[in-house]
Design a binder for this molecule. Structure first.
Ligand code: GRF
Length: 214
């Protein structure tokens, strides 16, 4: 029986993608990465995918914004909606994955992207480098480190959650915690990234399990 197909969305270095590649190759993740889509043509993750023989494509927002001045908010909103619609049409119409994993995908995915996926029954999960209900949005690692060093929180960590319209608010599949201690941002970041590389694998295994349970 064919392995479930996984589409991975990235924007940068791809160290979490690499964890997925390695663990699919070892069989720990019972799935096959069929495609990697990056929101940046400069993402090193594209190189990682190519080296693993995985087809890639880029889908860049700046291409849609080209020629539209920043001040022209309506035109930019329209372009953003087309970016989302084109992306979801490629995914549902062409790639047809069983699941989608956002592994360092840095763009907010709005309802015109999520609704068609929901109708197509394609679950989408995301890795976020903070605990549920804490530090949603960007720069979560730095914000959680600062809060820890200021004594406002005594734990940090990361989670893999289902993607819903509210950013970083979907039901968690995996939550991993670390205790705050006196340390540099770099040390905190390294500990969080190590945790992420485990969480992204466990979260993908879990979403495949829940898919099969349906
Ligand atoms: C990770 O910290 C992820 O949580 C955040 O961006 C980073 C991606 O790292 N969204 P990589 O591209 O997987 O190395």
């Amino acid at each position: 029986m064919a392995l479930p197909s996984i589409l991975v969305l990235i924007s940068g270095n791809g160290s979490n993608l690499q964890a997925l590649i390695d663990n699919c190759n070892s069989g720990k993740i019972p799935g096959k990465i069929i495609h990697v889509i990056s929101s940046s043509s400069k993402a090193y993750g594209l190189e990682r995918a190519s080296q693993a023989g995985i087809p890639t494509m880029t889908h860049e927002l700046k291409t849609y914004y080209r020629g539209i001045p920043k001040e022209n908010k309506d035109a930019r909103d329209e372009a953003r909606a087309k970016f989302n619609k084109d992306l979801v049409n490629i995914i549902i119409g062409k790639l047809k994955p069983d699941v989608i994993v956002c592994a360092g995908w840095m763009l907010i995915l709005s309802s015109d992207f999520l609704k068609p996926l929901h109708q197509a029954k394609i679950p989408i999960i995301n890795l976020h480098p903070a605990l549920p209900g804490q530090f949603e949005g960007t720069n979560a690692i730095e914000r959680s480190w600062k809060a820890g060093q200021d004594g406002l929180v005594d734990k940090g960590g990361c989670m893999v959650h289902y993607v819903i319209e509210e950013v970083d608010k979907g039901t968690p599949l995996i939550v991993k915690e670390i205790d705050v201690k006196k340390e540099s941002l770099e040390e905190w970041e390294a500990r969080i990234h190590a945790l992420e590389h485990e969480a992204i694998v466990e979260g993908t295994i879990e979403v495949l399990k829940q898919l099969n349970a349906k």
